[in-house]
Every structure is written in structure tokens, then in C-alpha cells.
Write a protein that binds this ligand. Structure first.
Ligand code: AMP
Ligand code: GLY
Length: 428
């Protein structure tokens, strides 16, 4: 099969790595891709917002399947445009991508189908939103409705913070994403990421993970896209997975189909595991980044077969098998991230960093005069797999330390929750 992978981050490098291992693959293209993937894919400098150009490329190169990594092209309708041209695609339609593109849409779906989530209100003006905050009190959570690159959420510990967040949204800090605001109940518990592959009708459970959103050790400082992740998430016991499927995922699949926008692609549920069970914090319509990197390390089956089955509506015949090991990824970011990452510094020592059980996935890198340089906030994902989280963490940091990049930094405590759990259980 000829496959086109859309995207350029660490998530896409991990997908390229796994797709390249498929015996069914003839040729993999990545648009635009990154230099780390050059061993697995031919990099194509396509403007992915130009859907016509993407369709023309697919026709010209006889592409059998397009795999869309990031959410922005899905929200912009790339899957619809490809399907209209008769090109097979793994990814959500524009209508289904509202699960990520509009928090209000998802909350209303939850209300209609009895899906457990935080109590909420939707507001299109500041005064009514503020009145709701005053009535509910703090802590409380304020969210810009639309896509805000992970920055539109304020978990407000005081009423004043919540009121300020409302003003920020309506004053245009998040552009069009903030013209509507969701205010919701503050949930307590342990967070987990849960993934399913979906074919319009069937949702196939596709792994669990936990990530670290905050930039600083001990989960402190500003939120980021994710500074590291590990899989599986110990809190997602078989019972919790089956409750999540029954109470959250299945009603969502039913609801989307009933609304005329059946869900295809990756459904990524951000969950809070509360005392009363799993509650939905948010949906994404793509793999998590960096969660995808740890899932790909653990997946035993052929990814290409599974993604094609999802695109063909054939998932009810499929299963996904996982290695028992723990995979853990450490994000190495450019100094200054998340505010103003320094670009252009040279990264050395990459060839010697990977080893048995360790992969270095590239995220924000580019090639300059034959050297790999930093070209983004999150730059490398050093990913290890081992029998325990303790061992995976050790292997990952040993590999990080083989990389020579003084302008980069990482958190040194990725996986602490899983590591603590193992230590308490006497694992060494
Ligand atoms: P989101 O972008 O919706 O994933 O939100 C970012 C982070 O804010 C989540 O990972 C949670 O840590 C936190 N968060 C979002 N909604 C809530 C909530 N209702 N209660 C507590 N924390 C939340
Ligand atoms: N790592 C969180 C996300 O991809 O949304």
C-alpha cells in the first residue's frame, strides 16, 4: 500500500515508525514530516491546508490510505475533502471533529446521552458567565469553546481568577476560540488518557496512558502540550476500561451516528477517574502527543491493518494486542518553552542515543547544513520500554543524557506516579 501521513510532530514520527514496520507498506510519504522520519518516509513539502493540493498528490501517487495526525486539518475538513475524491482516509470528518473543536458541542452531547462529565454552563457573554461563577463559587474551570492550542483552559482556585479568565476569553486572547465560554465544575481524582480506534459504528479500545501537562517537576508551572507520558495508565484497570466503554465511549458513538456524523478515526478521551467512576474531561479526535509515542512502542499488531480496517468500517473483526511492558517517553524541549522556545541550536549525539528498547522520535527539528537543529518548543521524544516503569524511566533518562544539546531541557520526573506505585508495591 502507498500511504500518506499528514503532520510533522513526534506523534507522526512514532506513527511513521510503526507504519514502516508493516509488511503491507509499499511506500510511505509524510507531509510535511520532519527530518527524524526521513528513514521511514519520503518527506513532501505540501501545504496541508491546501486540500486540493493534498488530493492531487494522492491521486498522482496512487495513495491507498491517508492517515491524518493532527486535529487542525480534521477540523478544517480534510477527511471530507479526501473522501469526496474517493481517497481512503483514517481520520474524523469535519462534523465529527466538533468533539474536539467545540467544547460546548461535546458538553451538550454528554447531557443528551447521560455521559458522565463535569456539570457546566455555556455562555456567549461575560456577564452571564460571571453570574454563573458567582453562583457556583470556586474552585471552578473556565474554558474557551474552540481550539486554543491547549491554552484555553483555566482551572481557577479562586472566584477572582475565574472572572479574570472569562474576561480574557471575551477580550479575544484566544481569538475565535473564545467567542463562547464553557464554565464547569472542578473535578478531583486521577487523570488518564483513553484511546479508541473508531469506524463509524465500532470503537476498539486502543490503549491507555498518562501524560504530564505542566512544564515543571512535581507537576508545577504553566501547562504545555505534554512534557512526557507513559503507558499503560495503572489507574485504568480492566473494570475501569469497561465502565469507560459502556458509560462514555459507546453512547458517544451512538450519539454521533444518530446525529448523522458517525465517528471515524481516533477518539481520545481525557478522563478524570473520580470516586464515583470515570468522567469525561474532554475529547480529542487524534492521538495524543506524546501519548502516541508510548502506544506505538507497545502495540504488537500491524498498525496499517488496523487503520485501514477503521477507514473501511471493519473494526468489529479486529483486536489490538499490547506488550505487557511499560513504555515511557521524555519530551526534550527547547529552553524557553512553553512561552518563547529558542530556535536554531544544534543537537548532537542523536545517533548514539537510541538503543535496544529505546527510540528517539523527532518533534520540532529541522535540517540545516546537514545538522539537526531545534525548530519548535517540544523537540525530541526519548522513548523507552521495559518490564517496569522504574526501568523504563531509567533507560529513557540514560538515553537523554547521551544527547548533546545544552539548549534543551526536560523534566526529570516523568512517570513519577507509576514509579511511586511500583515502589510502594515493592518493585525494584
Ligand atoms: P483540557 O485542555 O480540557 O484537557 O484541560 C486541560 C487540563 O485542565 C486537564 O488535563 C485537567 O488537568 C484540567 N481540567 C480541565 N477540566 C477540568 C475539570 N472540570 N476539573 C478539574 N480539572 C480540569
Ligand atoms: N498530550 C495531550 C494531547 O495531545 O492533547
Amino acid at each position: 500500500m502507498n500511504v500518506l501521513l499528514i503532520g510533522s510532530g513526534g506523534r507522526e514520527h512514532a506513527l511513521a515508525w510503526k507504519l514502516a514496520a508493516s509488511p503491507l507498506l509499499t511506500k510511505l510519504y509524510a507531509a510535511p514530516g520532519n527530518p527524524g522520519m526521513a528513514g521511514e518516509a519520503e518527506l513532501i513539502p505540501l501545504d496541508i491546508s491546501d486540500h486540493e493540493a493534498v488530493c492531487a498528490f494522492c491521486t498522482g501517487k496512487k495513495i491507498d490510505l491517508v492517515v491524518v495526525g493532527p486535529e487542525a486539518p480534521l477540523v478544517a475538513g480534510i477527511a471530507d475533502d479526501l473522501r469526496r475524491m474517493g481517497i481512503k482516509v483514517f481520520g474524523a470528518s469535519k462534523a465529527a471533529a466538533r468533539l474536539e473543536g467545540s467544547k460546548g458541542f461535546t458538553k451538550d452531547l454528554c447531557a443528551r446521552y447521560g455521559i458522565p462529565t463535569a456539570a457546566y454552563g455555556r455562555f456567549s457573554d461575560a456577564e452571564t458567565a460571571k453570574a454563573y461563577v458567582r453562583q457556583q463559587g470556586a474552585p471552578i474551570v473556565v474554558k474557551a469553546d474552540g481550539l486554543a492550542a491547549g491554552k484555553g483552559v483555566t482551572v481557577a482556585m479562586t472566584e477572582a481568577e475565574a472572572l479574570q479568565a472569562i474576561d480574557d476569553c471575551f477580550s479575544g486572547s484566544f481569538g475565535a476560540a473564545g467567542v463562547e465560554v464553557v464554565v464547569e465544575e472542578f473535578l478531583t481524582g486521577e487523570e488518564a488518557s483513553f484511546f479508541c480506534l473508531c469506524d463509524g459504528t465500532t470503537a476498539l479500545p486502543f490503549g491507555t496512558a498518562q501524560d504530564h501537562k505542566q512544564v515543571g517537576e512535581g507537576d508545577t508551572g504553566p501547562n504545555t502540550g505534554g512534557m512526557g507520558a507513559y503507558s499503560p495508565a495503572p489507574v485504568m484497570s480492566p473494570d475501569m476500561v469497561s465502565r469507560t466503554m459502556k458509560e462514555i465511549i459507546e453512547p458517544t458513538m451512538r450519539g454521533m451516528a444518530e446525529m448523522g456524523s458517525p465517528f471515524y478515526g481516533v477518539l481520545f478521551a481525557g478522563l478524570m477517574i473520580t470516586q464515583s467512576g470515570p468522567k469525561l474531561i474532554e475529547y480529542n479526535v487524534r492521538f495524543g502527543d506524546p501519548e502516541c509515542q508510548v502506544l506505538m512502542m507497545r502495540l504488537k499488531d500491524d498498525l496499517l491493518v488496523l487503520l485501514e480496517a477503521a477507514a473501511d468500517g471493519q473494526l468489529s473483526h479486529m483486536s489490538a494486542r499490547w506488550r505487557d511492558e511499560t513504555a515511557l517517553t521524555v519530551v526534550v524541549a527547547a529552553k524557553g518553552y512553553p512561552a518563547t522556545p529558542l530556535k536554531g541550536s544544534v543537537i548532537r549525539g542523536l545517533d548514539g542515543a537510541a538503543s535496544d528498547g529505546v527510540e528517539v522520535f523527532h518533534a520540532g527539528t529541522s535540517l540545516r547544513d546537514g545538522q539537526i537543529v531545534a525548530n519548535g518548543g517540544r523537540v525530541l521524544n526519548v522513548t523507552a520500554m521495559a518490564k517496569t516503569a522504574i526501568e523504563a524511566q531509567r533507560l529513557a533518562y540514560e538515553a537523554v543524557d547521551r544527547i548533546d544539546w545544552p539548549e534543551g531541557f526536560c523534566r526529570r520526573d516523568i512517570g513519577w506516579r507509576a514509579v511511586d506505585r511500583e515502589k510502594r508495591a515493592g518493585v525494584s
